[in-house]
Design a protein. Structure first.
Length: 234
């Protein structure tokens, strides 16, 4: 697989599950020791030297624009792409389809995943639409989106006995664009789910990499604890 050129990050959600915490600040910008969560994620992702990081902004997009618009980290440029109204992950990606090139990384802005994406270049993994990375569901049991997943002959399938779930990190090719229809609110439910049923999504597993979604108050505290004890987050 070739190098990842563009990274598209979903940062437009309301974060309603965190209640009052996200009334004034978007979930990806919640601070840990005065550093926004998104900064930890970006610091981790620029290691793979992408050409662009595109923030798919919606809720309180002015805060993202003020902090990140046209910022450069090494040779990586950060772009803020704004949706005029809430579109969900499916609509946000369709709205930003011009940034989707082969081997683009798409991910959630509220999830830290210490995965070695550079290692994918050494593999001979080929896929038509998307390559989904699976993780064990350890820290987010309430998540019911794309859970109980398994890999069979390189393809993602549903298996009710499997402990693996969608990590929220995907490598996508340009061909995924034809499945991004206007009106589709959820990339997970409207696009990936149907392609998994058709056995058209490839997959790989991550066993030991740190993966945490800060979508719950419990996980907010867990990330703070991990940050203090893990040098990879400093």
């Amino acid at each position: 697989m070739k190098s990842i050129k563009n990274i598209l990050i979903f940062v437009g959600g309301l974060g309603t599950r965190l209640g009052k915490i996200t009334k004034k600040i978007p979930k990806p910008l919640i601070k840990f020791n005065d550093t926004p969560f998104l900064d930890y994620q970006i610091k981790n992702l620029v290691k793979i030297k992408p050409k662009k990081i595109i923030l798919l902004c919606g809720y309180k997009n002015n805060i993202f624009i003020k902090k990140y618009k046209n910022k450069k980290i090494n040779k990586t440029k950060i772009i803020c792409h704004v949706e005029k109204k809430p579109l969900g992950t499916g609509g946000a990606l369709q709205n930003a389809k011009k940034f989707i090139v082969n081997n683009s990384l798409v991910c959630n802005g509220d999830t830290f995943f210490n995965y070695d994406f550079e290692n994918l270049k050494k593999s001979n993994t080929k896929f038509k639409y998307a390559l989904m990375i699976l993780v064990k569901n350890k820290n987010y049991k309430s998540n019911k989106k794309l859970t109980n997943l398994e890999i069979e002959n390189g393809k993602i399938i549903y298996n009710h006995s499997s402990e693996f779930m969608n990590s929220g990190f995907y490598i996508v090719n340009k061909q995924i664009i034809k499945h991004l229809k206007k009106g589709f609110n959820s990339f997970e439910d409207n696009v990936l789910k149907s392609l998994i049923i058709k056995k058209q999504i490839n997959g790989i597993k991550s066993i030991n990499n740190l993966h945490i979604d800060i979508g719950t108050k419990k996980n907010l505290k867990l990330f703070q604890k991990l940050k203090k004890s893990n040098s990879d987050l400093s």
